[in-house]
Design a protein around this ligand. Structure first.
Ligand SMILES: Nc1nc2c(ncn2[C@@H]2O[C@H](COP(=O)(O)OP(=O)(O)OP(=O)(O)O)[C@@H](O)[C@H]2O)c(=O)[nH]1
Length: 391
């Protein structure tokens, strides 16, 4: 194979307008021979005439529906198998419409390595070109703030799928190369501009376009050469803030972000209380925290809408035996640069993105959660810790 087939993957929550966009692209594809992989839990609703007529020859087009119904990590084998089949046809382009509940990262990963069980290496035949996420302007806030899981809505991929809808929406937004803010007809101008600015803050690397019924110039979403795995993993606004690349603020709509950095641990009870009274203005928060009662392990906090999760982010290097600490510091310049003579790498670094956030007040509230000078002298075991165990 002398040329790798470019692939565009469409993501977006259920009903956002993926199929509408796909139909639009198929109807405006000029002379491209496009293979389509639809992975839809509901019935396929691509206009039949777009596949049969409109210059698309049956042999050129292939429409495959995955029987298991969903492109998720568990079902990735099906996806790889079917794209591999498509790639053997004489196609110019492949478009994959993933289900509204699939996470984009596992889908993108399928294009980057040799799948062991199947022995298929898609990266030899295909090139992931663009990850598009379609956002429903009319429903975004409703879904994001709903506090519901896929399970609540009976939309889970597998029986015990407890993913929160807000987390899924964010994964899809933060990993995209191109975001289509679709259904712009359903939102007032002002609210639309605000949502547009928020999307820019959540993913400063993405191209964002406003669309109605997915009507977009195909060259903005096909063969853009925008995808790179490393770039996509680093494009989220919170990652940029943590890396000290401050995202420009859009004063007009009150959208702002800041990082809270502190080389003092949180008092578990005061931190828990702060989490329980989560400020409504914060739309997205993510980062690492140091908890006084758990001096060996760093915590990872991730909030999206009503969904708030904490988990272990790995051991603090400062909890390692001194010789191991020394060798790790010698190997890792970045670690060495932020090493503190007393606390080592232990510190809190949390990014907050929100609308109309009272930054000073929030910073003050967080400062009140960290240990006082007196408490700093106490042993980690004296603090009662109501937070859930790290997993
Ligand atoms: N008002 C309005 N409706 C739209 C727009 N784009 C799509 N729709 C409608 O929204 C509904 C869902 O669109 P689809 O394209 O099927 O959405 P989808 O993302 O493919 O949905 P799933 O496959 O269920 O995940 C359809 O009734 C569309 O006609 C738009 O810009 N404005």
């Amino acid at each position: 194979m002398d040329r790798k087939i470019p692939v565009t993957v469409l993501s977006g929550y259920l009903g956002a307008g993926k199929t509408t966009l796909l139909n639009h692209l198929l109807g405006n594809k000029q002379n491209l021979k496009i293979g389509v992989l639809v992975n839809d839990m509901s019935e396929i609703n691509i206009d039949a005439h777009l596949l049969e007529q409109g210059g698309l020859k049956r042999t050129d087009e292939k429409l495959i529906q995955l029987e298991n119904g969903c492109i998720c990590c568990t079902l990735r084998e099906d996806l790889i198998l079917e794209i591999d089949k498509l790639a053997d046809l004489d196609l110019d382009y492949i478009i994959v419409e993933s289900t509204g509940i699939s996470e984009p990262i596992p889908v993108a990963q399928s294009f980057t390595y040799q799948e062991e069980v199947l022995g298929i290496d898609l990266s030899a035949k295909c090139r992931l070109d663009t990850m598009i996420t379609v956002v429903d302007a009319g429903r975004f806030w409703h879904d994001y703030q709903s506090g519901e899981s896929l399970l609540d809505r009976q939309q889970q991929a597998v029986e015990d799928d407890e993913r929160e809808i807000a987390d899924l929406l964010l994964d899809q937004i933060e990993f995209a190369d191109v975001i289509l803010l679709n259904k712009t007809d359903l939102l007032e101008e002002q609210a639309l501009e605000q949502l547009f600015s928020l999307l820019q803050t959540l993913n400063p690397e993405a191209d964002i376009h406003q669309t109605e019924y997915g009507k977009i110039d195909p060259s903005l979403v096909l063969d853009t050469k925008k995808f790179s795995f490393d770039k996509a993993s680093q494009s989220a606004g919170w990652v940029k803030e943590l890396n000290n690349e401050h995202i420009p603020e859009t004063e007009e709509y009150g959208i702002a972000s800041f990082v809270y950095r502190k080389r003092r641990p949180f008092h578990p009870e005061r931190w828990m209380k702060w989490l329980e009274e989560w400020p409504a203005e914060v739309v997205r928060a993510k980062g690492f925290f140091w908890l006084a009662s758990r001096p060996d392990t760093s915590g990872l906090l991730s909030q999206a809408g009503q969904s708030l999760a904490i988990e272990a982010a790995g051991p603090w290097i400062a909890a390692y035996p001194p010789d191991e600490q020394a060798s790790l510091r010698a190997e890792d310049e970045e670690l060495e640069a932020r090493w503190h003579p007393v606390y080592g790498d232990r510190m809190t670094e949390l990014v907050f993105i929100g609308i109309g956030m009272p930054k000073e007040q929030l910073m003050k509230g967080l400062d009140d959660c960290v240990l006082t000078d007196e408490e700093m002298l106490q042993d980690s075991t004296v603090f009662s810790d109501p937070l859930p165990a790290f997993v």
